[in-house]
Ligand binder design. Structure first.
Ligand SMILES: NC(=O)c1ccc[n+]([C@@H]2O[C@H](COP(=O)([O-])OP(=O)(O)OC[C@H]3O[C@@H](n4cnc5c(N)ncnc54)[C@H](O)[C@@H]3O)[C@@H](O)[C@H]2O)c1
Length: 325
């Protein structure tokens, strides 16, 4: 197995999950970890035997590596991705990849110019249930999609600040939106959204809405709704995606596909075990093969484009066409 040396920008909760999975892959070495909070970088580095940095430029200048993970809050993306791509490093960037499309286009250009591999953390695409629904829908007209995610409020202070996270639809419910794109193989061409904050003004520092609804139109005509809220702060919560076809409703969840109406034998049965996204990324690096990665930067940026268009629509009151549509 060829050795793969990996650096990290961001050493928070999500990065630690990637580090743990990577450390179990033979021949993978986590060589350097950068976090603006030195203690976070140090704690992780001690566990994985990596060098500690508080600035990514210094780390990229000093440490030889093959790939870089960027797992930081949406507002914090500056030039790490561009510098890494220019240095020939393969890139794993966590969703949502940016808070501004101009920044996303800059990164995409650098990735394409350098010809490096890229991966965005939409690991839900790797699930067997997602792949089976995608295969089933590939030659069928989906009329409507309805999805909701009603959950709790993550503890990180940046998450509740609109200018830092972009709000729940952009930050978290991006997974549901991405799955609509992935399963239908279709692109959103228009978004109309309404947001409000109706129950959560008591939460210190909150500037995100607690009620978000978006109406989406896809290129092949599918009409979709996505509604989301973090107001279930005492537990509970529900999340689902339903695809409506003529005489049939396909319900997606991570471990189960449900079918109402006309039967679909292809969708029955226990889902198969799925590979984790870190393993997919490492395999792609070893093989030099982008097709082993479930979501490229360009593809992940398209999902981001839709939720940023929703934010613009909610702000302006107008329907918005995503910039990449
Ligand atoms: N794919 C998934 O399912 C999934 C799950 C959870 C989180 N995420 C994503 O991962 C990212 C990080 O989320 P998290 O939960 O780990 O947040 P977190 O707040 O726990 O960690 C973020 C870390 O980034 C550090 N940081 C901020 N700016 C930085 C900079 N410029 N350079 C270096 N470090 C910096 C912070 O100090 C913090 O340690 C977010 O984009 C989030 O959406 C993805």
């Amino acid at each position: 197995m060829s050795e793969v040396r990996i650096g990290f920008v961001g050493a928070g909760g999500n990065a630690r999950g990637h580090m743990g999975r990577l450390s179990e892959i033979e021949g993978v070495e986590i060589v350097a970890i950068c976090d603006v909070v030195e203690e976070s970088a140090r704690q992780a580095a001690e566990e994985f035997g990596a060098r500690v940095y508080t600035g990514h430029r210094e780390m990229l200048d000093q440490v030889e590596m093959d790939a870089l993970y960027v797992s930081i809050p949406p507002f914090a993306h500056t030039d790490a991705e561009v510098l890494a791509a220019q240095a020939g490093l393969h890139l794993f960037v966590e969703k949502p990849v940016v808070l501004s499309m101009d920044k996303g286009f800059e990164v995409l250009e650098a990735i394409e110019a350098a010809g490096v591999l890229s991966c965005v953390g939409y690991q839900v695409r790797l699930m067997d249930t997602s792949r089976r629904v995608r295969a089933y829908l590939s030659d069928r007209q989906v009329a409507m999609i309805s999805s909701h995610r009603w959950g709790g409020l993550p503890g990180q202070p940046w998450w509740r600040v609109m200018e830092q996270s972009g709000g729940q639809l952009h930050e978290q419910t991006t997974h549901q939106l991405d799955l609509m794109r992935f399963c239908t193989g279709d692109e959103v061409v228009e978004v109309y959204a309404r947001y409000d904050r109706l129950t959560m003004d008591d939460v210190e520092g909150i500037t995100i809405p607690d009620s978000q609804a978006a109406l989406l139109t896809f290129a092949r005509g599918t009409i979709a709704t996505i509604v989301t809220s973090p107001m279930m702060t005492r537990g509970g919560g529900k999340s689902d995606i339903n695809f409506l076809l003529r005489d049939q409703i396909i319900g997606w969840s991570p471990r189960e596909i449900t079918v109402s109406g006309v039967e679909a034998p292809e969708l029955e049965g226990e889902p198969e075990e799925t590979q984790n996204i870190d393993q997919a990324f490492v395999s792609a690096i070893r093989a030099g093969d982008q097709s082993l990665i479930p979501c490229s930067y360009e593809d992940g940026l398209r999902t981001c484009d839709v939720t940023l268009a929703a934010n613009e629509s909610a702000r302006t009151g107008e329907a918005v066409r995503p910039r990449m549509a």
